[in-house]
Design a protein around this ligand. Structure first.
Ligand SMILES: [Zn+2]
Length: 115
């Protein structure tokens, strides 16, 4: 898989995790289970390290997409972008080629990865 794409997938996962950890309900559940997560800081450190490894242009696009859609990376299933359900042009829908390069959906702009 493309290195930047891989990092973007990780970054999005981290972002979701950070939101989850912040949510009070999750904290309540964790307390009930005797788990106290003190990993917030570590998550932010990991996020910072990842962000530094992603080209600024890609990162800024990522943040814009997160703001707008709440996600920035969409899987491709059956040649369709799962962000907007558009069928991708044939030249874009080859799995083997898809993950080698960082690609964006022509309609919604999300970064694409093939599953
Ligand atoms: Zn799309």
């Amino acid at each position: 898989m493309n290195e930047v794409l891989q990092k973007l997938v990780m970054l999005q996962d981290l972002d979701y995790l950070i939101v989850e950890v912040k949510s009070k309900d999750v904290k309540k559940v964790q307390k009930k289970m005797g788990l106290e997560i003190k990993g917030d800081e570590k998550l932010h450190d990991a996020k910072k390290a990842l962000e530094e490894a992603i080209p600024p242009r890609v990162l800024s696009r990522y943040h814009k997409l997160m703001e707008r859609f709440g996600r920035a990376i969409a899987p491709v299933v059956d040649s369709k972008c799962m962000g907007c359900y558009m069928t991708l042009p044939k030249r874009l829908s080859v799995k083997e080629l898809g993950n080698k390069e960082l690609r964006q959906c022509e309609r919604c702009g999300m970064y694409l990865y093939w599953v």
